[in-house]
Ligand binder design. Structure first.
Ligand code: KG4
Ligand code: ZN
Length: 338
């Protein structure tokens, strides 16, 4: 059978990544995380574009070297067209166009949100691909979305966040407790030793399958202001129970919407992705749902959950097979719906 080699480029936010795929197998997947943003407690767009500019060539060289592939063997180049930060997207888009032009090979544009979902189809012995139709929930520092996936390129967004992403809710809550950025993994860690029912936070009232997380952040802020006035050591003394309670509230919101989506569509195959899929609480809740609700759940390997070019490459391969190429006049799109 024919071997298709794809070079994939991802630069939508703060990770510069390049991957090489041979058909649906990932041969290399290099990700450079930009440490510069840590000191600011969030991604600074201007700094992100500059870092992409510096990282892109070395990252592509590394991806080729690790895969032991010469650039002359490449069949096509796939890149993230959007959604994301415009300055960041422009670096990957311009690079991909130039390299495809130089090598005289086809160019494939990829929607980052579709890629998070299609990452489940990377051929990997530790992963099982869901069958159509399935529900996909993408949860990360930048996204919170529930999608009905009918086929590779037939998807419907059923609901999404109206304000903050779920990862931001984790990170902002952590920041209020004085934990460093990104606080999500630390909340998860403390939550393991705490009682999730110690503190109660109101759940947002949002119709249908959309989400809202900005109210939670505000109620946590007021709660902490009140408590620390009475006891300045409140956070230190209660960090485990506090993290467990915050995480419990967030998981109740996510699982509530996911269950509603399953009910409305009658679909019991549920796939999740994005950085927050690493959360041990959500993993436990999904396992529980397999037993209690008869769901089949899917979580890709962690390296394919967070932003990475491997997931862009699998979309590149699927589009290559369909002949879905794009031309050199293509432009990046900061807002780009599925
Ligand atoms: O997908 P990702 O690496 O980057 C994007 O935002 O696109 O996701 C990062 C987000 C951060 O908000 C981080 O705090 C969160 O995922 N995160 C977690 C955990 N690991 C990462 N949140 C909760 N529990 C975790 N274990
Ligand atoms: Zn992402």
């Amino acid at each position: 059978t024919e071997k298709i080699y794809i070079l994939a480029i991802e630069s939508s936010c703060d990770d510069t990544s390049a991957a090489i795929l041979c058909n649906n197998k990932v041969l290399s997947n290099v990700v450079t995380t930009q440490e510069i943003h840590r000191q600011y407690g969030g991604v600074v767009p201007e700094l992100a574009s500059r870092a992409h500019q510096q990282n892109i060539v070395p990252v592509v060289h590394q991806a080729l070297a690790k895969a032991n592939i010469d650039k002359k063997q490449l069949s096509a180049i796939a890149f993230t067209r959007g959604p994301g930060l415009m300055g960041s997207l422009l670096v990957g888009t311009s690079f991909a166009k130039s390299m495809a032009l130089g090598l005289n090979i086809p160019l494939i544009e990829v929607n980052h949100m579709e890629a998070h979902i299609l990452a489940h189809f990377i051929d990997d012995e530790e992963m099982v691909a869901p069958s159509f139709p399935f529900l996909a929930m993408t949860i990360s520092g930048g996204h919170t979305q529930i999608v009905k996936v009918n086929d590779y390129f037939d998807m419907e967004v059923l609901g999404e966040t109206l304000d903050d992403a779920v990862g931001e809710a984790f990170d902002k809550s952590a920041k209020l407790m004085g934990l460093p950025y990104p606080g999500g993994p630390l909340v998860d860690k403390h939550a393991k030793n705490g009682n999730p029912h110690t503190f109660k936070f109101p759940k947002p009232k949002v119709e249908g399958l959309n989400f809202s997380f900005s109210g939670l952040k505000t109620s946590i802020l007021y709660f902490l202001q009140r408590e620390t006035k009475e006891n300045p050591n409140f956070v230190e003394e209660n960090i485990d129970d506090f993290c467990a309670s915050v995480q419990y509230t967030i998981l109740e919101i996510l699982m509530g919407k996911l269950e509603l989506a399953a009910e409305q569509t009658g679909i019991k195959q549920v796939a999740i992705g994005g950085g927050v899929a690493a959360n041990s609480g959500i993993r436990a809740r999904l396992t529980e749902a397999q037993e209690k609700l008869g769901w089949k759940t899917y979580i890709p390997k962690f390296q394919y959950c967070t932003d990475n070019a491997g997931m862009i490459g699998i979309v590149g391969y699927l589009k290559f097979k369909e002949g879905l190429f794009t031309n050199q006049s293509i432009a990046a799109k900061a807002r780009y719906a599925i």
